[in-house]
Ligand binder design. Structure first.
Ligand code: CA
Length: 232
Protein backbone atom coordinates (compact mmCIF):
# COMPACT_ATOMS: atom_id res chain seq x y z
CA UNK A 1 0.00 0.00 0.00
CA UNK A 2 1.26 3.48 -0.88
CA UNK A 3 1.11 6.33 1.58
CA UNK A 4 1.15 9.77 0.00
CA UNK A 5 2.12 11.24 3.35
CA UNK A 6 2.11 9.93 6.86
CA UNK A 7 -0.93 11.06 8.82
CA UNK A 8 -0.19 12.26 12.33
CA UNK A 9 -2.44 11.65 15.32
CA UNK A 10 -2.19 13.27 18.75
CA UNK A 11 -3.38 11.21 21.72
CA UNK A 12 -4.04 13.10 24.97
CA UNK A 13 -4.59 10.47 27.65
CA UNK A 14 -3.25 10.32 31.20
CA UNK A 15 -3.66 6.57 31.62
CA UNK A 16 -0.28 5.58 30.28
CA UNK A 17 -1.25 1.97 29.66
CA UNK A 18 -4.16 2.97 27.41
CA UNK A 19 -2.09 5.67 25.70
CA UNK A 20 0.74 3.24 24.95
CA UNK A 21 -1.62 0.54 23.68
CA UNK A 22 -3.31 3.03 21.35
CA UNK A 23 0.03 4.38 20.15
CA UNK A 24 1.28 0.88 19.39
CA UNK A 25 -1.89 -0.09 17.53
CA UNK A 26 -2.04 3.10 15.49
CA UNK A 27 1.66 2.98 14.63
CA UNK A 28 1.19 -0.58 13.38
CA UNK A 29 -1.57 0.77 11.15
CA UNK A 30 0.72 3.28 9.51
CA UNK A 31 0.00 6.42 11.51
CA UNK A 32 2.55 8.72 13.09
CA UNK A 33 1.55 9.13 16.74
CA UNK A 34 2.35 11.70 19.45
CA UNK A 35 1.19 11.21 23.03
CA UNK A 36 0.57 13.76 25.79
CA UNK A 37 -0.22 12.53 29.31
CA UNK A 38 -1.81 15.79 30.47
CA UNK A 39 -4.15 18.44 29.09
CA UNK A 40 -1.71 21.36 29.16
CA UNK A 41 1.02 19.40 27.41
CA UNK A 42 -1.61 18.29 24.91
CA UNK A 43 -2.49 21.94 24.28
CA UNK A 44 1.17 22.87 23.78
CA UNK A 45 1.68 20.00 21.34
CA UNK A 46 -1.46 20.93 19.40
CA UNK A 47 -0.26 24.54 19.10
CA UNK A 48 3.23 23.53 18.00
CA UNK A 49 2.35 20.85 15.46
CA UNK A 50 -0.01 20.07 12.62
CA UNK A 51 -2.17 17.04 13.43
CA UNK A 52 -4.56 15.19 11.13
CA UNK A 53 -6.67 13.89 14.02
CA UNK A 54 -6.78 14.25 17.81
CA UNK A 55 -7.92 11.68 20.38
CA UNK A 56 -8.85 13.27 23.70
CA UNK A 57 -9.54 11.68 27.05
CA UNK A 58 -12.00 13.71 29.14
CA UNK A 59 -10.64 13.40 32.69
CA UNK A 60 -7.14 14.77 32.41
CA UNK A 61 -4.74 16.57 34.71
CA UNK A 62 -4.05 20.20 33.77
CA UNK A 63 -7.09 21.03 31.66
CA UNK A 64 -9.81 18.51 30.90
CA UNK A 65 -10.77 17.13 27.50
CA UNK A 66 -13.78 19.43 27.07
CA UNK A 67 -11.73 22.56 27.68
CA UNK A 68 -8.95 21.34 25.44
CA UNK A 69 -11.48 20.54 22.71
CA UNK A 70 -12.81 24.10 22.89
CA UNK A 71 -9.30 25.51 22.61
CA UNK A 72 -8.63 23.27 19.60
CA UNK A 73 -11.86 24.36 17.91
CA UNK A 74 -11.07 28.04 18.46
CA UNK A 75 -7.88 27.58 16.45
CA UNK A 76 -8.87 24.89 14.00
CA UNK A 77 -12.33 23.96 12.80
CA UNK A 78 -11.17 21.17 10.52
CA UNK A 79 -9.13 18.72 12.57
CA UNK A 80 -11.30 15.75 13.64
CA UNK A 81 -11.51 15.16 17.40
CA UNK A 82 -12.56 11.88 19.00
CA UNK A 83 -13.29 11.91 22.71
CA UNK A 84 -12.70 8.99 25.05
CA UNK A 85 -14.46 8.63 28.35
CA UNK A 86 -15.28 6.15 31.05
CA UNK A 87 -18.51 8.01 31.75
CA UNK A 88 -21.49 6.94 29.72
CA UNK A 89 -24.25 9.33 30.64
CA UNK A 90 -26.07 11.27 27.97
CA UNK A 91 -25.03 14.64 29.43
CA UNK A 92 -21.35 13.90 28.99
CA UNK A 93 -22.00 12.91 25.44
CA UNK A 94 -23.82 16.16 24.74
CA UNK A 95 -21.13 18.21 26.43
CA UNK A 96 -18.51 16.52 24.26
CA UNK A 97 -20.29 17.42 21.05
CA UNK A 98 -21.00 20.88 22.41
CA UNK A 99 -17.26 21.39 22.91
CA UNK A 100 -16.82 20.53 19.23
CA UNK A 101 -15.79 16.88 19.12
CA UNK A 102 -16.71 14.84 16.03
CA UNK A 103 -17.04 11.46 17.66
CA UNK A 104 -17.15 9.76 21.00
CA UNK A 105 -16.05 6.40 22.40
CA UNK A 106 -16.92 4.96 25.77
CA UNK A 107 -14.23 3.04 27.64
CA UNK A 108 -13.58 0.20 27.46
CA UNK A 109 -13.75 0.01 23.68
CA UNK A 110 -12.32 -2.30 21.06
CA UNK A 111 -9.28 -0.94 19.28
CA UNK A 112 -10.88 -2.02 16.00
CA UNK A 113 -13.86 0.22 16.70
CA UNK A 114 -11.57 3.21 17.24
CA UNK A 115 -9.71 2.43 14.03
CA UNK A 116 -12.95 2.30 12.03
CA UNK A 117 -13.97 5.72 13.37
CA UNK A 118 -10.55 7.24 12.76
CA UNK A 119 -10.59 6.05 9.15
CA UNK A 120 -14.10 7.40 8.61
CA UNK A 121 -13.24 10.84 10.02
CA UNK A 122 -9.95 11.08 8.14
CA UNK A 123 -11.65 10.09 4.90
CA UNK A 124 -14.18 12.85 5.44
CA UNK A 125 -11.65 15.61 6.15
CA UNK A 126 -9.11 14.51 3.57
CA UNK A 127 -11.90 14.49 1.03
CA UNK A 128 -13.24 17.89 2.12
CA UNK A 129 -9.88 19.60 2.08
CA UNK A 130 -9.21 18.92 -1.60
CA UNK A 131 -11.92 21.07 -3.19
CA UNK A 132 -12.14 23.65 -0.39
CA UNK A 133 -8.45 24.56 -0.21
CA UNK A 134 -8.06 27.63 1.91
CA UNK A 135 -11.67 28.73 1.77
CA UNK A 136 -14.15 29.05 4.64
CA UNK A 137 -17.82 28.74 3.70
CA UNK A 138 -21.19 29.17 5.29
CA UNK A 139 -24.17 28.96 2.95
CA UNK A 140 -23.46 31.39 0.08
CA UNK A 141 -20.82 33.34 2.03
CA UNK A 142 -17.22 32.43 1.30
CA UNK A 143 -13.89 33.69 2.53
CA UNK A 144 -10.65 32.96 0.72
CA UNK A 145 -7.85 33.02 3.28
CA UNK A 146 -5.15 33.22 0.59
CA UNK A 147 -6.51 36.08 -1.49
CA UNK A 148 -8.41 37.67 1.45
CA UNK A 149 -11.44 37.92 -0.80
CA UNK A 150 -14.93 37.64 0.66
CA UNK A 151 -17.98 36.90 -1.48
CA UNK A 152 -21.64 36.46 -0.81
CA UNK A 153 -23.76 34.90 -3.54
CA UNK A 154 -20.79 35.59 -5.87
CA UNK A 155 -20.76 39.35 -5.08
CA UNK A 156 -17.39 40.56 -3.86
CA UNK A 157 -17.61 42.26 -0.46
CA UNK A 158 -14.88 44.63 0.57
CA UNK A 159 -13.90 44.47 4.24
CA UNK A 160 -11.35 46.32 6.34
CA UNK A 161 -8.61 44.24 7.96
CA UNK A 162 -10.41 44.23 11.32
CA UNK A 163 -13.75 43.30 9.78
CA UNK A 164 -12.02 40.48 7.94
CA UNK A 165 -10.46 39.16 11.17
CA UNK A 166 -13.77 39.35 12.99
CA UNK A 167 -15.62 37.57 10.20
CA UNK A 168 -12.89 34.92 9.95
CA UNK A 169 -13.19 34.27 13.69
CA UNK A 170 -16.97 33.99 13.41
CA UNK A 171 -16.75 31.70 10.37
CA UNK A 172 -14.29 29.42 12.14
CA UNK A 173 -16.79 29.25 14.99
CA UNK A 174 -19.91 29.05 12.84
CA UNK A 175 -23.10 27.91 14.60
CA UNK A 176 -21.46 28.55 17.99
CA UNK A 177 -22.32 31.57 20.13
CA UNK A 178 -19.18 33.62 20.74
CA UNK A 179 -19.17 36.06 23.63
CA UNK A 180 -17.74 39.57 23.45
CA UNK A 181 -14.92 38.29 25.68
CA UNK A 182 -14.14 35.48 23.16
CA UNK A 183 -14.07 38.04 20.35
CA UNK A 184 -11.95 40.48 22.37
CA UNK A 185 -9.29 37.87 23.12
CA UNK A 186 -9.22 36.34 19.65
CA UNK A 187 -9.68 39.35 17.40
CA UNK A 188 -8.51 42.28 19.49
CA UNK A 189 -5.80 42.28 22.18
CA UNK A 190 -5.89 40.36 25.42
CA UNK A 191 -6.09 43.61 27.41
CA UNK A 192 -8.87 45.01 25.27
CA UNK A 193 -11.41 47.01 27.30
CA UNK A 194 -14.62 44.98 26.92
CA UNK A 195 -16.64 47.79 28.48
CA UNK A 196 -16.47 49.76 25.23
CA UNK A 197 -18.96 48.96 22.48
CA UNK A 198 -16.32 48.59 19.74
CA UNK A 199 -17.20 44.93 19.16
CA UNK A 200 -20.91 45.73 18.69
CA UNK A 201 -19.97 48.51 16.30
CA UNK A 202 -17.84 46.15 14.21
CA UNK A 203 -20.50 43.44 14.21
CA UNK A 204 -22.87 46.07 12.83
CA UNK A 205 -20.39 47.04 10.10
CA UNK A 206 -20.27 43.35 9.13
CA UNK A 207 -24.06 43.08 9.20
CA UNK A 208 -24.33 46.01 6.82
CA UNK A 209 -21.86 44.46 4.45
CA UNK A 210 -22.75 40.78 4.44
CA UNK A 211 -26.39 40.59 5.57
CA UNK A 212 -28.25 43.81 4.82
CA UNK A 213 -28.95 43.30 1.12
CA UNK A 214 -29.65 39.57 1.44
CA UNK A 215 -32.95 38.03 2.59
CA UNK A 216 -31.33 35.27 4.68
CA UNK A 217 -29.40 36.61 7.65
CA UNK A 218 -26.22 34.95 8.89
CA UNK A 219 -25.29 37.11 11.89
CA UNK A 220 -27.55 36.75 14.92
CA UNK A 221 -27.47 38.39 18.34
CA UNK A 222 -27.87 36.08 21.31
CA UNK A 223 -29.09 38.54 23.92
CA UNK A 224 -26.87 38.60 27.00
CA UNK A 225 -24.49 36.03 25.49
CA UNK A 226 -22.90 37.33 22.31
CA UNK A 227 -23.13 36.68 18.60
CA UNK A 228 -23.43 33.68 16.33
CA UNK A 229 -22.86 33.23 12.62
CA UNK A 230 -25.53 30.67 11.85
CA UNK A 231 -26.29 28.51 8.85
CA UNK A 232 -29.85 28.65 7.57
CA1 CA B 1 -8.18 10.06 32.28
Amino acid sequence: MLFMEELTILIVEDEQKIANTLKKGLTENGYQVDVAFDGLIGERMFLANQYDLIILDINLPGINGYELCRIIRNKNQQVPVIMLTALSTMNDKLEGFDAGSDDYLIKPFEFKELLVRIRALLKRTQHQQLPTGNILRINDLEMNLDTKEVKRNSHVISLTAKEFQLLEYMMRNKNRVVSRADIAVNVWDIDFDTKTNVIDVYVNYLRNKIDKQFPDKLIHTQIGMGYVLKEY
